[in-house]
Design a binder for this molecule. Structure first.
Ligand SMILES: *Cc1c(COP(=O)(O)O)cnc(C)c1O
Length: 415
């Protein structure tokens, strides 16, 4: 029996209460750390018991600009009092501005607004296929898209169809055809995989879920040159790498590469509402005609108002500079941990994948120990932990967080 009344909220739920409720009624498609957030501000999260944690995950980079960012909350509140949903059957006064300023931010022409990241990825795939048939002249239903092994692009059937992660795929078939996998970072393999039917190459500029895997120097540039030569679109999934995380507006800018389409999500909604988008050149995005694609909530007034505030924040450039500056400091300190329980550190900007020596502990065990010390981080692929604090984190708080990681590693080594 549950010993509290949920409906009347007769008392504040404790951590064990919430875990019990979830155990009983929530699908177990996640395995969260046992921390129950009740409040968050900037880079800090408070649990239901009032304990404070430094957020070093930032909701997988969806909270790049900090929890409860005052500028973004103000934009959302103002819009809540005006109009929140019209559907795309009518126009509203925020979407055009959002699209124009987002396209300008990335020196692109057109924006296709969606909600979740996976939806934006699906949308980019549809645009690429339609472009393949209508512009490139690929024979009907023959289009292929080349993707990288160990990719993460979301959870829909079509997207898991081209995942190489067994747990993402097992028992979810039959799968969508039309995708070819190659090793990430291998330009020769990519060249071999491209055929006359290839319409696009879809890549993460840095593979986030795979463990913050950065490709070899010059790889993205080579992909751009190759795709241009072969009349194939280059699609950059910047859902996690984009919007300030790597010290640039998008990671492609750090690599001086301009793809045909950017896919954005996560931080585009400022941690307030789901906002995603495909952003591209008119000759590609223009293939879509009325009735051929859509979303009831995509580009809704609340999403557009928050997205616009995010775009205007990024247009100033301060977030990117801050991420670059703090990122340098973060990586300088993390490098010193190599050999002290850490095998390798990767990443750019305020984004780090840290391979923990498996002899010492699993990534999960390190995250649990960090949580006990007041730092929230997430493991991936067994022994890697990732750090991606909100960009608004202060240098002092960031240093404190790294101190806690050092303490955890030292304590584990002493065992
Ligand atoms: C998170 C993520 C997605 C999926 O976004 P959702 O909003 O969870 O659907 C797609 N691509 C990348 C690179 C991501 O990190």
């Amino acid at each position: 029996m549950l010993h509290f009344r949920v409906e009347g909220m007769s008392r504040r739920l404790s951590t064990p209460d919430v875990l019990e409720l979830e155990q009983r009624s929530l699908t177990r498609n996640y395995n969260p750390l046992p921390v129950v957030a009740a409040k968050a501000k900037g880079a800090w999260v408070w649990d239901v018991e009032g304990k404070k944690y430094l957020d070093c995950l930032a909701a997988y980079s969806a909270v790049n600009f900090g929890h409860s960012n005052p500028t973004l909350i103000r934009a959302a509140k103002r819009q809540l009092g005006r109009v929140t949903l019209t559907s795309r059957a009518f126009h509203h006064d925020k979407l055009g501005l959002f699209a124009k300023e987002l396209a300008d931010l990335l020196s692109m022409d057109m924006v296709l607004p969606m909600n979740s990241g996976a939806e934006a990825v699906e949308s980019a795939i549809k645009v690429a296929r339609a472009w393949g048939y209508r512009v490139k002249g690929v024979q009907a239903n023959k289009a292929t898209i080349v993707v990288a092994k160990d990719n993460f692009h979301g959870r829909t059937i079509s997207i898991v169809s081209f995942s190489s992660d067994e747990s993402s795929r097992k028992d979810f078939g039959p799968f969508t055809p039309g995708f070819t996998q190659v090793d990430y970072g291998d330009i020769e393999a990519l060249e071999k995989a491209i055929t006359d039917n290839t319409v696009a190459v879809l890549l993460e500029p840095i593979q986030g879920e795979a463990g913050i895997i950065t490709p070899p120097k010059g790889y993205l540039k080579a992909v751009r040159a190759l795709t241009k030569k072969k009349n194939v679109l280059m699609i950059a999934d910047e859902i996690q790498s984009g919007l300030g995380r790597t010290g640039a507006t998008v990671q492609c800018q750090n690599e001086k590469v301009v793809p045909d389409m950017f896919i954005l999500g996560k931080a585009l909604g400022g941690g307030i509402v789901p906002v995603s988008a495909v952003v591209g050149k008119a000759d590609v995005m223009g293939v879509l005609k009325p009735g051929q694609h859509g979303s009831t909530f995509g580009g809704n007034p609340l999403a557009a108002a928050v997205g616009l505030a995010v775009v205007r924040m990024l247009a100033k450039g301060d977030m990117q500079k801050r991420s670059e500056r703090l990122g340098k400091h973060l990586h300088k300190r993390l490098k010193k941990l190599v050999g002290k329980g850490v095998l390798a550190v990767r990443g750019v900007g305020l984004w780090a994948g840290i391979d923990i020596d498996p002899k010492l502990a699993t990534g999960r065990e390190v995250c649990e120990a960090l949580m006990a010390k007041g730092v929230l981080a997430k493991d991936t692929h067994g022994s890697t932990i990732r750090l991606a604090p909100p960009i608004v984190v202060s240098k002092k708080d960031l240093d404190w967080g790294i101190d806690q990681l050092e303490n955890v590693l030292r304590e584990l080594s002493a065992k």
